[in-house]
Design a binder for this molecule. Structure first.
Ligand code: GDP
Length: 446
C-alpha cells in the first residue's frame, strides 16, 4: 500500500530533517515536492493544494521546540495533516450502526469493485466479532452467477443467505429479505445490490427503490482503491443519487497509488470505514487514519521523537506555572497559557480542572456557555496587550483598555469581563499559594 507515494514523501522530507536551520525557501521546496508526490498518487488537485498550504501555515506559525530540528518538526506537521485529511479519529470509522434488529445494510458499488466479497467479509466480521446473526441477500437479478457466488461465500463463512427465487426483481427480493430477517430473528440483513460497469440511471433508480423499501441503517459504497480519482468520482455520484453513510476501499493490499484514500474524505465528506486487503475472507481491516498516515509517511521514528519532545516541553511549562502559582503569581501570560491549554484539551478540563477548587469554577464557566470561540476571543484580547501590560494588568486604565479592545476587534465590556475573570483566578492562586506546596499537591497534581 502506498509504496511509491511513501518513497516520494519521505525523500522530500528527509532532506529537511538533516538540516539544522531551515529557511522558508527550504520548506517551500519540500512542500512543492510533497504536492507533486500527492498529485502523482492521484490525489485530487484541490486536496493536494490545500494540504501543502495547511502544512506551510502550520510550519510558519510553529514555535521551535528545543531538542528537535525544524525539519523534524515539519515531518510531524505533515504527519498530522495526513491524519486529518484521512479523517482523523472520526466518528463511525470501523463501526456499523446495526444495533436495532433487524438492521438493513445496503451494499452498493460498481461491478468488479469487490462488493460481493466485501459483503461476505463484513458479514463474517459482524457474526464472529460482534456475535450478530446475519442474513445476506443478493439483489443481482441480471447475474445469476453473482447470486450463486454470495451463497457460496455464505456457506464458507457460516452466514445464512436468502434462498434464491427466480424471477423476482430487486425490490421484491429486498422485501423478502426484510421479512425473513424479522421472522428469523436476525440482527442484521445485508443487501448486495447489483453492480454495473459504469454509473447509470437504471442502476441508481434500482438502488434508490431498494433504499426506499428497506430504510437502510448503513449504505456502504464499495470502491476499488486502485482506481484513484475515479473511485472518488464514483463516490460523489453514489452519494448524490442514493446517499451513502460510508466507504470501503478494496484492493488496498496492492501498490495502489493511494490517492483515493487521501481524497475520499476531503471530497465526499464521508468516512472510509474499512479497507479490503486481499481476497481471503479475513482480509478486511478497520480504517485507521493514524496507521495509514504512518504507512504513507514511513517516518514513524521522527514523529514519535517530536511527540515526545513536545510532551516534555508541555510538562516543563506546567511545572514552571505551578511554581508561579505557589508564589501566588498569576498574570495575563499565565491566564493565556491556561486558555491555550483549555483549547488544546478541547474544553475546560485543562490544568484548571485538575486543580483543587478550580474544577468547580471550570464547570460554572462551561455551563455559562463558554466555548472555543469565547476562549479564542479572550486570547485575542491578551495578545492585544503590550508585554508590560500582560505582566502587570494593574496598569490597565481607561485609555489602555480602549486600545486593547479595539486591537482585538472587541468591546471594552469584553475586556472587563476578562479582567474580572483574571482577578478571580488570581485571588484563588494567592489563596492556594498560602496553602503552600503541600496543600496544592494534595489536590492531585503531584
Ligand atoms: P463485485 O462484482 O463488486 O461483487 O466484485 P467481487 O466481490 O466479485 O470481487 C471481484 C474480484 O476482486 C474477486 O476476485 C475478489 O476476490 C477480488 N477482491 C475483492 N476485494 C479485494 C481486495 O481487497 N484485495 C484483492 N487483492 N482482491 C479483492
Amino acid at each position: 500500500m502506498f509504496e511509491t507515494l511513501s518513497e516520494r514523501l519521505s525523500g522530500a522530507l528527509e532532506r529537511l530533517t538533516r538540516q539544522g536551520a531551515l529557511t522558508e525557501a527550504d520548506v517551500a521546496t519540500a512542500l512543492r515536492e510533497v504536492r507533486v508526490a500527492l498529485l502523482e498518487a492521484d490525489v485530487s488537485l484541490p486536496v493536494a493544494r490545500d494540504f501543502a498550504k495547511a502544512v506551510q501555515e502550520k510550519a510558519t506559525g510553529q514555535a521551535v521546540t528545543k531538542s528537535i530540528t525544524p525539519g523534524q518538526q515539519v515531518v510531524k506537521i505533515v504527519h498530522d495533516e495526513l491524519v486529518r485529511v484521512l479523517g482523523g479519529d472520526g466518528e463511525g470509522i470501523g463501526r456499523l450502526k446495526v444495533d436495532t434488529p433487524p438492521a438493513p445494510v445496503l451494499m452498493v458499488g460498481l461491478q468488479g469493485s469487490g462488493k460481493t466479497t466485501t459483503t461476505a467479509k463484513l458479514a463474517k466480521r459482524l457474526s464472529e466479532k460482534e456475535g450478530k446473526r446475519v442474513l445476506m441477500a443478493s439483489l443481482d437479478t441480471r447475474r445469476p452467477a453473482a447470486m450463486e457466488q454470495l451463497a457460496v461465500l455464505g456457506r464458507q463463512v457460516g452466514v445464512d443467505t436468502l434462498p434464491i427465487v427466480a424471477g423476482q426483481d430487486a425490490v421484491a427480493i429486498a422485501k423478502r429479505a426484510k421479512q425473513q430477517a424479522a421472522l428469523g430473528g436476525y440482527d442484521v440483513y445485508m443487501l448486495d445490490t447489483a453492480g454495473r460497469l459504469h454509473v447509470d440511471d437504471e442502476l441508481m433508480a434500482e438502488v434508490a427503490a431498494v433504499r426506499d423499501a428497506t430504510g437502510p441503517h448503513e449504505t456502504l459504497l464499495v470502491v476499488d482503491g486502485l482506481t484513484g480519482q475515479d473511485a472518488v468520482n464514483v463516490a460523489e455520484q453514489f452519494d448524490g443519487r442514493v446517499g451513502i453513510s460510508g466507504v470501503i476501499l478494496t484492493r488496498m493490499d496492492g501498490d495502489g497509488r493511494g490517492g483515493a484514500a487521501l481524497s475520499m474524505r476531503a471530497v465526499t465528506g464521508k468516512p472510509i470505514k474499512f479497507v479490503g486487503l486481499g481476497e481471503k475472507m479475513d482480509a478486511i481491516e478497520e480504517f485507521d487514519a493514524q496507521r495509514v498516515a504512518g504507512r504513507i509517511l514511513g517516518m514513524g521514528d521522527i514523529v514519535a521523537l517530536v511527540e515526545k519532545a513536545q510532551e516534555t516541553i508541555e510538562a516543563e511549562q506546567a511545572e514552571r506555572m505551578m511554581k508561579r502559582f505557589q508564589k501566588g503569581q498569576f498574570n495575563m501570560n499565565d491566564l493565556r497559557m491556561q486558555l491555550e491549554q483549555m483549547l488544546k484539551m478541547g474544553g475546560m478540563q485543562g490544568l484548571m480542572g485538575m486543580m483543587p477548587g478550580m474544577g468547580k469554577m471550570a464547570r460554572q464557566v462551561e455551563e455559562a456557555g463558554f466555548d472555543d470561540s469565547v476562549i479564542r476571543r479572550q486570547i485575542a484580547l491578551i495578545n492585544s496587550m503590550t508585554r508590560k501590560e500582560r505582566a502587570n494588568p494593574d496598569l490597565l486604565q481607561a485609555s489602555r483598555k480602549k486600545r486593547i479592545a479595539a486591537g482585538a476587534g472587541q468591546d471594552v465590556s469584553d475586556l472587563n469581563r476578562l479582567l474580572k475573570m483574571h482577578r478571580q483566578m488570581a485571588d484563588m492562586m494567592k489563596k492556594m499559594g498560602k496553602m503552600g506546596k503541600k496543600g496544592l499537591m494534595r489536590g492531585g497534581l503531584g
